[in-house]
Design a binder for this molecule. Structure first.
Ligand code: FES
Length: 104
């Protein structure tokens, strides 16, 4: 089990929104889907777009640059079985959002 890193307060990421955070040396996007939090690699697998600046609709996050779409629950790109953003474990604790920094 890795280290849990506090990235925001729950007020920073209300339902239907997403935020960018730095976890270790990685940029992640944290999404709130109806009160459930999910965290993915925040750099789009296509050409590096900032996923946190994309649009979240339900559990689908659309990259702002060219429209690739990801299921934030899994990291899976919706049109390709072989493309998947790294997913991180995320939890709420004491009014904060925490993302697990995987062990190297
Ligand atoms: S960089 Fe995300 S769709 Fe192109």
């Amino acid at each position: 089990m890795g280290e849990w890193v506090e990235v925001a307060t729950v007020a920073d990421c209300p339902p239907g929104s997403c935020i960018e955070a730095v976890v270790g040396e990685s940029i992640v996007v944290v999404a709130n889907v109806d009160g459930d939090y999910y965290a993915l690699d925040g750099i789009c697998a296509h050409q590096g777009g900032p996923l946190a600046a994309g649009e979240l609709s339900g559990c689908v996050l659309t990259c702002p640059w060219h429209g690739w779409q990801y299921d934030v629950r899994t990291g899976k790109q919706l049109l390709s079985e072989s493309i998947r953003q790294t997913a991180y474990r995320v939890r709420e604790s004491g009014g904060t959002i925490q993302v697990e920094l995987p062990k190297p």
